[in-house]
Ligand binder design. Structure first.
Ligand SMILES: [Zn+2]
Ligand SMILES: [Zn+2]
Length: 762
């Protein structure tokens, strides 16, 4: 029979997830000879020799039976001349060649069911081995120093395989064939428990011992794949109070890890789509509504209707629960405020020694720090609050190719970096608030690592328009150092462009709401309606919320009563109300007088169109939040209050020209605050803003003959606002778009910046 030779190049997420072993098995099964090898770029190269039919069957296997984590973007098949060269099928060592760019590094993957079963099986040789993994599961991004993804390029190089592991690693029939993370109790990383000073505590079973101490109410730092968690009980108030005190987090919700899905249902509502997300291999923290039977301490997520829950994603996490009855443990990121994640045992002892009672360490180095991802479901839509572990740095595939290879560095808060390379967008792990040297260094390191593992040849760097952001300075330095061009992009333009690229739309009316973004006029924006058409490279502001005064600038952001007073002082009689709420101004009566004087004279005031600040003001008037102790707190508490409310006020949005009036809303809420319930008034405020902005956007869409309206910015994490807007816009017969691949908040900003520089005409 005639022998055919073909070369197949497969690109996508095909390295580090058991793709080569899968190809091997498929080739052998179909009686083909040749080879498979990883390329230094994104792909895998396969050479096949055999009959036409065998190759056809192989191609079918490739498409239909590929490993669960493989994402094939492209298959190129080329018939070759020449005669048969191979007697069998072999797996070549990785090619060091890196002539093409765009490597795809897989994210960390939660323990698979097969490994979990083996972990629990006394007859299995990896019984109770906490870092049991296989080709389908385990850490990836957090252990990779270099590409291609081979053991010697990872932090597993410190753990030479024992004979048993080696026999599995080299056996094509075994499911750990070429699994770079393969290890067992004999040759793999070891866990151990220490005191806060790092003194070893003798124990045959350090992980379960740590679990017991957690259950007893101690605070334990737990080292995972990409960083440390600080863990403690979810039902005992004492350790929670202690943890809040040492972390200086009086109100900010703690994420928790629940024993499993079933237990999660005992304290939270879990929909079908939430269940899928919780148990997905990415295992993000999912914000779930507390159920009526919620029994965890109120100190876990104070005054919020939801709680962030994840389920175990390593063998170690599962084992923590083995000897205790606890449903869940607090598992909060171990970094002090505004500091990047701790990734080194010495560093952990130094920084956390005073916070925790014990350390549960392991002895594997962390190559890349990576925080947990956070997401919520709006009905069936996935909304990223933070896209990090389990997702980063897997690329987002775009329909269109970028005109240049560009990197975006984000804004000031919740930063990420993003490389746009051809039709792939690689977004880094969550870096956080880049306000100081430590976080700037983390962003710079994460950026350089991302460039290295994707083999990108960067031509330009994009940053925020704000002249004083640390990220702007970093972009300027990198541009100078590397001779890249520099592109500052307005904050809300970037959000809107991100939404367009994600959905491949060329024109949009974008509603973009958040706390703050530096406007093209140098003013504080945050409640904007933008017109954007990609072809003409035109993004401009065409409408916005009413400008409102922030007395004392940042002070008003911290104490939302100041914003409320700024909005109300001309339109309502606030005297009695101020007397009652004096205590919420840190300096009491004196401060109130100063604020009123400044309002009168127009001194020390910043004007803003921010949607976040209006929500904050409503939250203050309704007595829900008087001091913002974490980002978004007043608005989040307002949403929580509104979740079971109805539109009792039924206010008609007051639109003046291209401005939605917010004074009208505040005045109404203020005057009816004793007449109606907080719950209904909170909902009414949402309804006013959402209907107002949506109506304004519909009007603008009709003016400019555009059929699509999108909602972006951090405020788009708010489910009530999103669903009311959707209703109004779809009722007008228009398409309504939201983010599903990148966070609507500033974690998606780097992507939007790169899109403006890479996809829009310049
Ligand atoms: Zn596995
Ligand atoms: Zn071993």
């Amino acid at each position: 029979m005639a022998v055919v030779r073909v070369r197949i190049t497969v690109t996508g997420i095909v390295q580090g997830i058991g793709f080569r072993p899968f190809i091997y098995k498929a080739a052998v099964k179909n009686g083909l000879t040749g080879y498979v090898r990883n390329r230094g770029d994104a792909g895998v190269e396969i050479l096949l020799e055999g009959t036409q039919t065998s190759i056809k069957n192989f191609m079918q296997d490739l498409k239909e039976n590929k490993p669960p984590l493989a994402h094939i973007y492209r298959i190129i098949t080329k018939e070759l001349d020449g005669r048969e060269e191979y007697e069998k099928f072999i797996i070549h060592k990785s090619s060091a060649k890196a002539e093409l760019s765009g490597s795809v590094v897989p994210p960390d993957i939660a323990i698979c069911n097969e490994c979990l079963t083996e972990l629990r099986d006394p007859k299995d040789s990896r019984y109770e081995y906490f870092f049991i993994t296989c080709t389908n599961c385990g850490p990836r991004y957090t252990i990779i120093d270099r590409v291609p993804y081979d053991r010697e390029n990872t932090t597993m190089q410190d753990f030479p395989l024992c004979d048993f592991c080696k026999s599995e690693y080299t056996n094509p029939e075994n499911r750990r064939f070429h699994a770079q993370t393969v290890a067992d109790a004999k040759c793999g990383p070891k866990a151990y428990l220490t005191t806060p000073n790092g003194e070893l505590i003798e124990s045959d079973d350090p992980i379960r011992e740590a679990g017991k101490r957690l259950s007893e109410g101690y605070i334990v730092a737990v080292k995972g794949y990409g960083g440390f968690h600080v863990a403690t009980s979810t039902t005992k108030d004492d350790p929670l109070i202690r943890l809040r005190a040492v972390k200086h987090r009086s109100q900010k919700p703690f994420a928790i890890m629940a024993r499993d899905l079933e237990v999660t249902r005992t304290f939270a509502e879990v929909s079908k789509s939430e269940e899928k997300l919780l148990t997905s291999y990415s295992r993000p923290i999912v914000l779930l509504n507390k159920s009526d039977a919620y029994y965890l301490s109120d100190l876990v997520a104070p005054s919020l209707h939801n709680v962030g829950v994840m389920i175990p994603y390593t063998g170690l996490h599962y084992m923590l629960f083995d000897k205790v009855n606890d449903s869940a443990f607090v598992m909060t990121s171990a970094n002090p405020p505004n500091q990047p994640i701790i990734n080194d045992n010495e560093e952990a002892l130094r920084i956390l020694g005073k916070t925790v009672d014990y350390f549960l360490f392991h002895n594997r180095r962390i190559a890349q720090r990576c925080d947990d991802s956070v997401a919520r479901m709006h009905g069936r839509d996935l909304v990223f609050i933070r896209r990090s572990r389990g997702y980063a740095p897997a690329p987002i595939m775009l329909k269109e190719k970028a005109k240049q290879c560009i990197i975006g560095l984000g804004g000031e808060l919740n930063s990420t970096a993003c490389i746009l390379l051809e039709n792939k967008a690689f977004i880094s792990q969550h870096v956080g608030d880049v306000e100081n040297v430590e976080t700037k260094n983390f962003l710079e390191n994460a950026t350089k690592h991302l460039i290295r593992v994707t083999n990108s040849k960067i031509e330009a760097v994009a940053c925020d328009l704000h002249p004083k952001f640390t990220t702007t300075k970093l972009a300027q330095d990198l541009a100078e150092e590397n001779d890249w061009s520099l592109l500052p992009v307005q904050h809300h333009y970037a959000h809107t462009a991100a939404l367009m690229a994600e959905h491949d739309v060329k024109e949009i009316i974008g509603i973009c709401c958040d706390g703050y973004g530096y406007g093209t006029d140098g003013k504080a924006w945050g409640g904007e309606i933008l017109l954007s058409t990609q072809e003409t490279n035109c993004i401009k502001r065409i409408a916005h919320l009413e400008e409102q005064p922030l007395v004392g600038g940042d002070l008003a952001t911290r104490y939302p009563f100041r914003i409320a007073l700024g909005i109300l002082y001309k339109s309502a009689d606030t005297e009695e109300w101020l007397q009652k709420n004096k205590k919420y101004f840190p300096h009491g009566q004196k401060e109130i007088e100063i604020v009123l004087h400044q309002l009168e004279k127009g001194n020390n005031i910043i004007y803003t169109t921010s949607c976040g600040r209006v929500l904050d003001a409503v939250s203050a008037v309704l007595g829900l939040c008087h001091e913002r102790t974490y980002e978004g707190e007043p608005a989040m508490k307002l949403e929580s209050a509104a979740i079971k409310g109805r539109d009792i006020l039924g206010l008609k949005p007051m639109i003046k020209g291209s401005r939605l009036t917010t004074t009208h809303l505040l005045k109404e809420i203020f005057e009816k605050r004793e007449k109606y319930s907080v719950v209904d008034l909170a909902y009414s405020a949402h309804a006013y803003i959402a209907k107002g902005l949506a109506s304004l956007a519909v009007e603008k869409a009709s003016e400019h003959a555009i059929r699509t309206i999108g909602f972006s910015g951090g405020t788009a994490c708010n489910q009530i606002l999103t669903s009311i807007m959707r209703e109004v816009i779809e009722a007008a017969g228009l398409q309504f778009l939201v983010h599903t691949a990148v966070p609507p908040g500033d974690g998606g900003l780097s992507f939007g910046q790169a899109v403006v520089g890479g996809l829009f005409d310049s």
